[in-house]
Design a protein around this ligand. Structure first.
Ligand SMILES: [Mg+2]
Length: 285
């Protein structure tokens, strides 16, 4: 497949701690064929490929997971709209009244502050998605889930992999990190959180098949892609799970972004055809 590619860098509003790496600028490659544009931007420390590998692949005509994903998105154009969940970054932040559902990262602050944040969300009638990123003890996860009570939609990977099976017996667990690891996907998940940029095209499609066959809800999630990449994720989300609130609200993390590719209105995001800066340097691949 012939295409053009252009390297880009976009500054973030605040540093992003990704494992041991602190990221201030999001870098990737836009890929283009005709008027269709995609975004290959592996997330440092999380994606199965690296930006250096995409750099080499662009130069040598080889393929990487995120490049393959980006090229696959060139086949789907046109407008699409999905609902999104809000994201509570700081616990004392005002909860967004525009969203019916809020995602709250837990296990990062004293438990009292996290319980207060859960109570404030419940008080205004918000549904909750908690995400522990495998950092919690099971009894702490249960306390947080109890506090959310029937407002809890699901709990994303609260505990270490060794306790996952136990947690799945007592909590509605959404799988995220586990989906990127080799081996059989545990059954009985409340949802699959799919990050195509991290998983790559093949693994993403494999997991969509499993989810659809076993009636597990799919939540498509962004991994700090540019607006071009997020527009592709909106189209993908609208195709595989049109009625779900997806995790695609990472746009505000950017100081500057490609204009016009994603429009936000309330809890809805719409993918459109935007503009690209004239100074991008395109190379033929
Ligand atoms: Mg997660």
């Amino acid at each position: 497949m012939k295409f053009e590619a252009a390297r880009y860098e976009l500054p973030l509003t605040r540093p992003l701690q990704l494992g041991s790496e602190r990221v201030l600028v999001r870098a990737g490659w836009l890929v283009r064929r005709g008027t269709a544009v995609g975004d290959a931007c592996p997330l440092p420390e999380f994606s199965s490929d690296t930006l250096g590998e995409v750099d080499s692949a662009i130069a040598s005509g080889k393929m990487t997971a995120s490049l393959e994903w980006a090229l696959s998105t060139l086949q789907a154009g046109g407008p699409a709209t999905v609902r999104t969940a809000g994201l509570l970054v700081a616990l004392d932040e005002q909860v967004a009244p525009t969203h019916a559902c809020i995602k709250l990262k837990v296990g990062r602050r004293p438990i009292g502050e996290e319980l207060d944040a859960i109570a404030r969300c419940r008080a205004v009638g918000l549904r909750l998605r908690l995400d522990g990123n495998r950092s919690l003890a099971l009894d702490v996860a249960r306390r947080l889930a109890d506090a959310a009570a029937d407002a809890l939609e699901f709990f994303e990977e609260p505990v270490a992999p060794s306790d996952l099976e136990l947690a799945m017996r007592c909590l509605p667990i959404a799988l995220d990190e586990t989906l990127g690891e080799p081996g059989e996907v545990p059954s009985g998940a409340a949802a699959f959180v799919l990050k195509p940029t991290v998983l790559g095209l093949r693994r993403t499609l494999e997991l969509v098949e499993v989810a659809q066959r076993t009636a597990i809800p799919i939540v498509v999630s962004s991994a700090y892609e540019s607006a071009v990449g997020r527009a592709a994720l909106i189209r993908f989300a609208a195709a595989v799970a049109p009625d779900v609130a997806h995790g695609l609200g990472t746009g505000p993390a950017f100081v500057a972004d490609f204009a016009g590719w994603v429009q936000a209105a309330g809890d809805r995001l719409t993918a459109g055809e935007g503009e690209l800066p004239a100074e991008l340097e395109w190379v033929g691949c």
